[in-house]
Design a protein around this ligand. Sequence first.
Ligand code: 5GP
Length: 177
Amino acid sequence: MEIKLSELKVLFSEEAIQKRIKELANEMNHFYKGEEVYAICVLKGAVMFATDLVKYLDMPLKMEFIRLSSYGTGTTSTGKVNAVDISLPDLNGKNVLIIEDIVDTGLTAKFLMDFMHCNFKTKSTKFCSLLDKKITRQTDIEPDYYGFEVDDKFVVGYGLDYEGYYRNLRYIGYVEK
Ligand code: 5GP
């Protein structure tokens, strides 16, 4: 399937995304109550979401970036998670907030949660995803926080790509299958 910009339909507008991000940040500010947080942005897809979200978090916060990939080409998952760069500081005793773009099969989220549990004894590990595609889940992972639920559509924009393109869109769009 090829995706053309002219064929994209808006699923979540810039306004809707920004409004939801502020709501999520409010929930997180309440939960962490000023405790220090390590926000871990999963590149590349979560870059827009993570950088917007952290602007509204008011606790002491450090940002880390890791890079994973699971989609090879096109719109179908490879079903495999590749850790491209996952170097992290010592997170023992820390509050860790993993920030993802979308949970689809849940393999990436599971990989990351298992990685955290195997390597660190954190104070807390929470998983936040802008989008949650519950319908395609293949694991029992549920994000602690998510922005919007989506059905079985391939979505692009606001960090999410199609063959590297469309990450720069301010909205999230899709094409009919
Ligand atoms: P999972 O491991 O949960 O199957 O997939 C997670 C990753 O697959 C996401 O971080 C994202 O990069 C990619 N992905 C899953 N669904 C979509 C989608 O609808 N659009 C795009 N652009 N990427 C997706």
